[in-house]
Design a protein around this ligand. Structure first.
Ligand code: PAF
Length: 282
């Protein structure tokens, strides 16, 4: 299996194996791979001649140094997981300097306001960091198709917006959320949860399912109040936000409209570990 830690070497290799009908499927990750990532790789393998995964903990998208320091880094076991899936997958695992060349700062983006809601409101600069790294990786890899999980739905919409605004020749594919047996959305951060915390965190998805059930008859405001009250009673969890928003604009739903699609979004701290999840409501 080929592992590249320098963009120059990866670009050279891609040049040598690209033919007119070659399609490149790309799965960007920050490592600590789980079943959700592997399902993105499977999707790519089925639909492309070449599949590339990047493993890079991108410093510019962290607004909290402790979160960056504690982010799991498990390259060896990640490589084993990729190898057992398919040895033809190319791995790009660069060092920070190879990507940022001494200037670890973000480019500033205008995502038409998508960046100001939810994750953007609570993690200042986060989406500039995501935009910077995804654009850079797209430039290096020049993928035909790029695969992103819907757990980070706001990120998915932001990448789509960047591709549209910057006219990047990439097809962005959103893939459904993989869940643990108790419903907890798979995330690299779950590795930091104790078995007990993992089990209790089922409450996050259960809350989304209940919100979905209520959405037929209750207002968004009413459901938000219900969720806030529920988490007040849950001492092991700190709710950062629960929002019901329009899928396309990500603006909060003030009054439901029949022609719009809505989603519920949630961010919760469990013992200082921040977990997010989302569900489509209609
Ligand atoms: O979703 C992630 O893991 C990251 O935000 C991404 C897209 C790999 C960019 O660093």
């Amino acid at each position: 299996m080929l592992i590249f830690d320098r963009q120059v070497a990866l670009k050279e290799h891609l040049k040598s194996i690209s033919y007119p009908k070659t399609t490149i499927g790309f799965v960007p990750t920050m490592g600590a791979l789980h079943q959700g990532h592997l399902s993105l790789l499977q999707e790519s393998l089925q639909n492309n001649t070449i599949t590339i995964i990047s493993i890079f903990v991108n410093p510019t998208q962290f607004n909290n140094n402790e979160d960056l320091a504690k982010y799991p880094r498990t390259l060896e076991s990640d490589v084993q997981k990729i190898k057992s899936l398919n040895e033809s997958i190319l791995v790009f695992a660069p060092k920070v300097d190879d990507i940022y060349e001494g200037k670890t700062i973000s480019e500033h983006f205008d995502f038409d306001g998508l960046e100001n809601q939810m994750e953007g409101a609570f993690r200042p600069g986060h989406f500039d960091g995501v935009g910077t790294i995804v654009k850079r990786l797209f430039e290096i890899i020049q993928p035909t198709n790029a695969y992103f999980g819907e757990k980070d739905f706001q990120q998915l919409q932001i990448v789509r917006k960047m591709v549209e605004k910057e006219q990047l020749p990439v097809n962005v594919v959103g893939c459904h959320i993989f869940r643990e047996s108790n419903g907890l959305a798979m995330s690299s951060r779950n590795e930091r949860l104790s078995a007990h915390e993992k089990q209790k965190s089922a409450i996050i998805y259960q809350t989304l399912l209940d919100a979905k059930a209520k959405f037929g008859t209750k207002s968004a405001e009413n459901i938000k109040e219900w969720v806030a009250n529920k988490f007040e009673r849950e001492t092991d969890f700190k709710l950062e936000y629960f929002q019901i928003a329009d899928e396309a604009t990500l603006l909060p739903c003030l009054r439901k409209s029949k022609n719009r699609k809505y989603r519920a979004f949630i961010a919760v701290f469990v013992n200082n570990i921040r977990l997010i999840d989302t569900i489509s409501l209609n």
